[in-house]
Design a protein around this ligand. Structure first.
Ligand code: HAM
Length: 416
């Protein structure tokens, strides 16, 4: 349609170069941290069978009830743009027989995820997570290691104002008695609860702790807390995770009201919040999911992991990544093609030597090329003219003849 202005869909955004550079730094820092801890990269498709998330994430969660981008393909199959990465990775773990590998299988990923939420600062419909999963271990050391990795990442990136909240949901069986107690409490306080919470007393009573409604919050202050009801192996596991975090100097606070928006969690759960983020204060979080692999058809494989929101990390960092400029721009004074092909050859040689180099792609005259070199932040300009070459330093304005064969040595001072 002539004159129509297209825009990125609501809740999505374009990652322009200034932001993409920061994102690149975050991804490189994470990849290095993961590699040093023995985590291997994995990528799964952007969409999966809808059932994977219904089963994996849980029917009673907001994600499955309201937030999935679900569509039918031309063969009538129901597919969903992935709202999270843990269920797909467990699917891949089972599908590719990773149980036969050395356990635990430690994987990391980065990529886009999709949730049909109400967009606001820090909450988007397409966002990016980086995450880590250690599948095939129930050791509390795995929990402490996973938590430590996210703490290290946020510290190394320089994210300010971060706090770690820790809780435990106990194992699935042990949780049942507590859930009955909680439901009874919620029913006794039904009139004080928000409609949404009331409607989900049976389906998802834990979410009452997560409500923003004032009445509900007041009622929940005196509600029985799961961390205070942990017994036996669940209590020991949680105590061990805490002791390991203490020993490794990771600071945390126990949050008895901590709950998460996915149904697969068992035992340890955690959340890194950041005071620079406003309402969407969670920068990353995760926990243990000992039953998920089995629920998705695999042999039982306890696991732990987390994911962090890249956009939220960037909001918290609030940093500008200016364009890096260029080491060299090669300008050609004459119209003849010889100079232009020499420029392209020289640029290739400079790039091979690790320098950034550009040539004129706009058919500009010499004056125009200088102006362009200045706009893109070139530190030096090589001018090819009449079979000879000059090297100009753009900050000092100093210009002298050079031999094109010595260009790399001239520029790097013989360091290249
Ligand atoms: P989650 O808490 O749903 O967990 O998401 C993890 C992180 O993704 C959040 O802490 C937040 O930073 C970011 N995030 C979530 N939704 C949005 C959104 N709409 N816009 C921007 N950022 C968002 C999971 O997804 C689990 N799979 C984590 C996990 C891995 N648990 C175990 N292993």
């Amino acid at each position: 349609m002539a004159g129509h202005k297209y825009q990125a869909p609501r809740g999505t955004f374009d990652v322009l170069p200034d932001v993409a550079r920061t994102r690149g730094r975050i991804e490189r820092t994470a990849a290095a941290i993961f590699a040093r801890a023995g985590y291997e990269p994995i990528a799964t498709p952007s969409f999966e069978d809808t059932e994977l998330f219904e089963r994996g994430v849980g029917h009673s969660t907001d994600i499955v009830r309201k937030e999935m981008f679900t569509f039918e393909d031309k063969g009538g199959r129901s597919l969903t743009l992935r709202p999270e990465g843990t269920a797909p990775i467990c699917r891949a773990y089972v599908e590719h027989g990773m149980q036969a590998l050395a356990q635990p299988v430690k994987l990391f990923y980065v990529g886009p995820f999709f949730r049909h939420e109400r967009p606001q600062a820090g909450r988007y419909r397409q966002f990016h997570q980086l995450g880590a999963e250690a599948i095939g271990t129930d050791s509390p050391i795995a929990d402490a290691e996973a938590i430590g990795l996210l703490a290290d990442l946020l510290a190394e990136l320089g994210v300010p104002g971060v706090e770690l909240r820790l809780g435990s949901l106990g194992s699935l069986d042990a949780r049942q008695a507590y859930l009955e107690e909680l439901k009874a409490y919620l029913r006794a306080h039904e009139t004080e609860l928000a409609k949404e919470v009331r409607e989900r007393i049976d389906a998802n009573p834990l979410r009452a702790f997560d409500s923003n409604d004032e009445g509900t919050r007041a009622a929940m202050a005196a509600a029985p807390k799961l961390v205070e009801r942990l017994e036996g192996e669940d209590a020991d596991h949680f105590a061990e995770v805490r002791a390991l975090l203490d020993a490794s100097g990771v600071e945390y606070t126990i949050d008895p009201t901590l709950v998460r928006g996915l149904d697969y969690y068992t035992r340890t759960i955690f959340s890194f919040v950041c005071d620079r983020l406003g309402a969407q204060s969670e920068i990353g979080g995760g926990g243990r999911y000992d039953g998920l692999v089995e629920q998705l058809g695999g042999r039982p494989a306890p696991a732990v992991g987390w994911a962090a929101g890249i956009e939220r990390i960037m909001l918290a960092l609030d940093e500008e990544s200016p364009a890096p400029g260029r080491d060299v721009f090669i300008a050609v004074a004459d119209e003849e093609s010889e100079g232009r092909s020499l420029a392209l050859i020289l640029a290739g040689e400079l790039r091979k030597a690790g320098l950034s180099a550009e040539v004129d792609l706009g058919g500009r005259g010499l004056k125009g090329q200088f102006k362009h070199a200045d706009r893109i932040g070139a530190r030096r300009v090589v001018i090819l003219e009449g079979g000879g070459a000059q090297l100009r330093d753009m900050s000092s304005g100093e210009q002298r003849p050079v031999d094109t064969g010595d260009l790399i040595a001239e520029i790097t001072g013989g360091q290249a």
